[in-house]
Design a protein around this ligand. Structure first.
Ligand SMILES: [Zn+2]
Length: 251
């Protein structure tokens, strides 16, 4: 059920006997030269479409923006930052708590959102509620190791192919190019460098990490629509099962 599609009277009735709400949070940001800026929002929205056929849960409108301050030098990227996202989530959940909602599932599409969502979740718990952060791209490889991926890599490329192949521009794909900090401090990931084979966290402006934006061991060329379809179906099924269990939690 979609909150945006019902009247306040229906919502009042629903929340008398249901205290769980599902909200997707995405991002509008660079995903390499081959994936749409909305990748992190489009994928959770697709998962929601599948989930709502499998479980009875109230779905609040998706928050399309997230925290991606490191990427705002890439045109089209919009970040509301950690503070902005925490404020938005807190405002939304405070309203819903007032109507009897106690449990929240945050379906997250972007790694940079995790800290704000976890802070919001802790605050919700301190207000008598409970919130889960469901990072879909980290759950998917738990279901099938072959689905593990990076930023704009094959995992996300396959998922966007499942959403709409028109949002993938493989002709414009550029090869991965991660910049080193020095000869012995090699760029190894989104916000890490490798020293003697061990990754150390070293957050940099994303333009200083890569020219084109994709990073991962999963080359986008290996992505297929079938992979995306199977992965999103399995991830949504697991999420639906989790929500069934989560709904039973008594607070
Ligand atoms: Zn992404």
């Amino acid at each position: 059920m979609r909150l945006a599609h019902i009247t306040w009277k229906k919502a009042e009735e629903y929340f008398k006997s249901n205290d769980t709400v599902l909200i997707a949070i995405g991002s509008i940001e660079n995903h390499g030269t081959h994936l749409a800026l909305g990748t992190d929002t489009l994928i959770p929205d697709k998962i929601l479409e599948i989930v709502e056929k499998k479980v009875d849960v109230m779905i609040a409108p998706t928050i399309p923006y997230g925290a991606c301050d490191s990427m705002t030098d890439f045109p089209g990227t919009i970040s509301i930052g950690y503070d902005g996202l925490l404020t938005v989530i807190t405002k939304i959940t405070d309203c819903l708590l007032k109507f009897g909602v106690r449990k929240f599932v945050f379906l997250n599409g972007h790694g940079g959102n995790i800290s704000a969502l976890e802070t919001a979740s802790l605050n919700i718990n301190n207000k008598g509620g409970l919130a889960a952060v469901f990072n879909w791209w980290l759950i998917a490889p738990e279901l099938n190791e072959a689905w593990r991926g990076g930023h704009g890599g094959a995992e996300e490329t396959a998922a966007v192919m499942s959403v709409n192949p028109d949002f993938v521009d493989m002709i414009s794909l550029e090869e991965m190019n991660v910049k080193d900090v020095s000869e012995s401090l090699k760029g190894s990931g989104f916000k890490t460098i490798s020293f003697k084979g061990i990754d150390i966290s070293l957050p940099r402006n994303y333009k200083n990490v890569t020219d084109n934006g994709w990073i991962g061991k999963d080359h986008p060329k290996t992505a297929t629509k079938q992979w995306g379809d199977e992965m999103l179906e399995a991830t949504a099924s697991y999420l639906a099962e989790f929500i069934e269990e989560f709904k039973k939690v008594k607070l």
